[in-house]
Design a protein around this ligand. Sequence first.
Ligand code: MN
Length: 354
Amino acid sequence: MQTPPALSEHQTSIISIAALTAKGDLGQLKEACNTGLDAGLPILTIRECIVHTYAYCGFPRSIRGLQSLMEVLEQRKSAGIQDVMGRDASPIRQEGGKYERGKHILNELTKAPQDRPLTGYGVFAPVIDTFLKEHLFADLFERDVLSYTERELVTISVLSAIGHAEPMLRSHFTICLNVGLTPEQLNAFVDVIRATLGESEAQRALGVLNEVLGKGNPATAPAEMTPPHVFPKGEKVVSSHFTGTVWLHMLVNTDTTLYLNAGHVTFAPGARTHWHRHPGGQILLVTSGKGRYQEQGKPVIEIRQGDVIQCNPNVKHWHGAAPDSELSHIAIGPNQDKGPVEWLEAVTEKEYHP
Ligand code: MN
């Protein structure tokens, strides 16, 4: 059996485009833009990736990147190629000050409270802490054209390309794990860096990644990091009862002693089950990431690592990932002698985004 690639074609293109923008290798960048567009990556997604790079490699590289994308789009238009435009950012909600909003987003990304007093460079140059929180983590991250996962892929690509920014690369690999990327995907990221930039950039990135994953030098691994996947991700599920990509690794098969099964299920960002009922009920133990759960007639609730959901027999419900994060849960199905899952209609976009 062939294992599915760890990163999607779109994610691979985002990495190459960001890395080549940061390097200023405009010839290769144009090729990478063509590859991404050929794979259906929307124009506005590529534009936002290149805009995001400027926070890590400066306006000159970012603007040269945007100019290269414009040239590519012009050539493709002349050649009669119609590319997908995609959607632009939704209007930004203006609740609270920008500094507080940036701090809040940084909290979500790092899973560490940002209310400690400033230290280090933040004390020496408080203004750069303000710029970082207000501008990068509020202004840029609040633009919903890209998911947090995509923004983090852009960030680690730029940091790998420019080099000499190991502490930042280390933090952002950790954030990548927090927003739902797996170690397997981060190793695949290093392979894309190797193919795009070369062996020395790949080796540098791999050295930092191994530290974060606790290989090589465990002393430098962040102490608060929990392993993102205790159980294997398993195989892609081929089923018409899910929206998006879902993986399953069975842990316990039903037998006639316990009449119970258990499986480790992973939903890609945006993926979810159809509405369904379990005649014997179900317990969900969330093992990583962030997601959504809803019982019929009740509001959608956000679920995250450590949450336990008890769903009683025959209650109509659905579960899945958040739009910007993977979700893994162990699904325990007791009382299998009461009958199999009753699958119902798909969860609409409106139900998913209430
Ligand atoms: Mn269920």
